[in-house]
Ligand binder design. Structure first.
Ligand code: AMP
Length: 363
């Protein structure tokens, strides 16, 4: 990209969930219009955007309309069809580059790419049959996490296997849907954390302070900042994130999830080529949130200051937890964000709350 987008320009966003909604809000603050492509009319992002194209993500007519109405296109979820992103990229800028989607959509490709970039991950094996599984389990000492290579999120499409004898592997691949799988070493991590970072088109990079993340049933529940990470671990994780963005020719915000090990080392679990749930706290605790940072990057603006002015604990409101909203609104130092979802369902992210506190000396 040569010149920054002028105010009044239009940013296309593929996907209309809460991340698209918060991106649309940040874009509006910077004077941009947004157009959302999502099959669901009046989706959460469309409620804040300038317009919506109701259509499937791979519908050629919808994609042509998007290309005709936007100045640059970005996306809010990693399962955007790569062919759709590539066809758009022939007509206008698509950022982050479709290559990042292509790699992130397959856990095996992702780990191979990370390892080739010098970044450590859990040991892993491709599994396409029960015999592959038996061999992989044997190599990993009888336990591991079996995951679908594609389309898994929030712990879906995963099964933890412990002490499984080779003979007990029969039928496991079929039970996982007969799709390509990966068996990962079951990492005995001390805790999980993430680095949310951004890269501009000119190669400038910035990172937010890492968040310590707590999951339940594979879903992020809380992110805490400061994360209480050893400086050497933090420096290494940041350097890995920057190296990954460089290797991808990345532009935009990325979320990289890490396992912290007892010896101070770390492994990358996965990366998301988009703004990330564990970065929601930045909206309440930083001058420039991850959402604004992403819009700045894709619009060709200078990256903003990622420093935080407060400590923060972000908690997702999942399913019926949204009923606590009225109580949360009465609490001091509490920033509540609701996603405008019409229907509450168990396991559905309905909003989040960030509690802020003055910066602690230890950070
Ligand atoms: P994922 O969908 O890969 O992000 O996995 C969701 C959660 O499952 C992670 O945040 C971890 O808490 C847990 N998990 C995933 N992979 C592993 C692994 N290889 N070892 C231990 N825990 C894991």
């Amino acid at each position: 990209m040569t010149a920054p987008l002028c105010p009044g320009a239009t940013i296309g966003i593929i996907g209309g969930g809460q991340l698209g909604r918060m991106l649309a809000g940040a874009a509006a603050r910077l004077g941009y219009k947004t157009v959302i492509l999502d099959p669901q009319p009046n989706c959460p992002a469309a409620q804040l955007a300038s317009s919506q194209i109701v259509g499937a993500y791979d519908d050629p007519t919808a994609l042509a309309t998007l290309a005709g109405s936007a100045d640059v296109v970005t996306y809010e979820f990693e399962n955007v069809p790569v062919a759709a992103a590539r066809s758009l990229a022939e007509r206008l800028g698509v950022l982050p580059p479709p290559k990042a989607l292509d790699i992130a959509q397959d856990r095996l490709t992702e780990k191979t790419f990370l390892n080739d970039a010098g970044i450590s991950t859990a040991r892993h094996f491709a599994v396409d049959s029960d015999a592959d599984l038996a061999a992989a389990l044997d190599a990993l000492g009888g336990s591991g996490v079996l995951k679908t290579r594609r389309l898994g999120y929030d712990g879906k499409g995963q099964r933890v296997l412990r002490g499984l004898a080779a003979g007990a592997c029969r039928g496991v691949v079929a039970a996982m849907g007969d799709v390509p799988l990966i068996l990962e070493e079951l990492v005995d991590f001390s805790f999980e954390f993430s680095v949310i970072a951004a890269r501009a088109a000119d190669g400038t990079v910035q990172a937010y302070d890492p968040a310590r993340n707590e999951h339940r049933e594979g879903i992020l529940r809380r992110s805490l900042v400061p994360a209480g990470i050893e400086p050497a671990t933090l420096a290494g994780a940041r350097a890995s994130t920057f190296a990954l963005m460089e290797a991808l020719g990345y532009v935009g915000v990325i979320g990289v999830e890490f396992f912290a090990l007892a010896d101070g080392g770390f492994l990358v679990n996965e990366f998301a080529p988009r703004v990330h749930n564990s970065g929601h706290w930045t909206d309440a605790a930083c001058a420039v949130s991850q959402f604004e940072q992403h819009i700045r990057a894709v619009a060709g603006l200078p990256l903003g200051d990622p420093r935080r002015h407060s400590n923060a604990v972000m908690e997702n409101l999942i399913g019926a937890e949204i009923d606590e909203a009225a109580d949360l609104m009465r609490q001091p130092d509490t920033v509540l964000t609701l996603y405008g979802k019409a229907e509450t369902r168990p396991g559905r992210k309905m909003g989040h709350v960030t509690r802020i506190a003055p910066l602690s000396a230890k950070g």
